[in-house]
Design a binder for this molecule. Sequence first.
Ligand SMILES: [Mg+2]
Length: 111
Amino acid sequence: MDINKLAKKVEEVSKSYSKEFGINRDNDWFIFKIQEELGELTQKYLMLTKRGRQKRFSEEEIRKQFEFEMADLVCCVLLFANHNKVDLIKNIEEKWFKSHEQRLKKDSFRH
Ligand SMILES: [Mg+2]
C-alpha cells in the first residue's frame, strides 16, 4: 500500500471514529493527537526498556503495545499532513534526499 492510499484509509477511520464518539477534529486537534500518541509511545518505550512500570503485562504484550503506539503516532502524522494539505512524499524527497545529495556533493568537493 502506498502512503497516499494509507493516508486516505487512516482519514476514513479517524472520521468515522470521531463521528461515533462525537469528537470535534478542529485545526488544533491533529497536532494535539500527535502529542498524545507520542506520550503513549514514550510510556511503552519506557516499559519496554524496563524504566517504567510493567503493569502486569508480559514482555511480548508490552512489545505489541509499543508497536501499536508507533502505528498510532505515524497515523496521526498522516492525518495532520492531510488536514494541512502537506504532500509528505514530496517533502521527504526534498528535505531528506535532495538536501542529503547536495551535502554529499559539497563534501566530495572539499576532499
Ligand atoms: Mg495510542
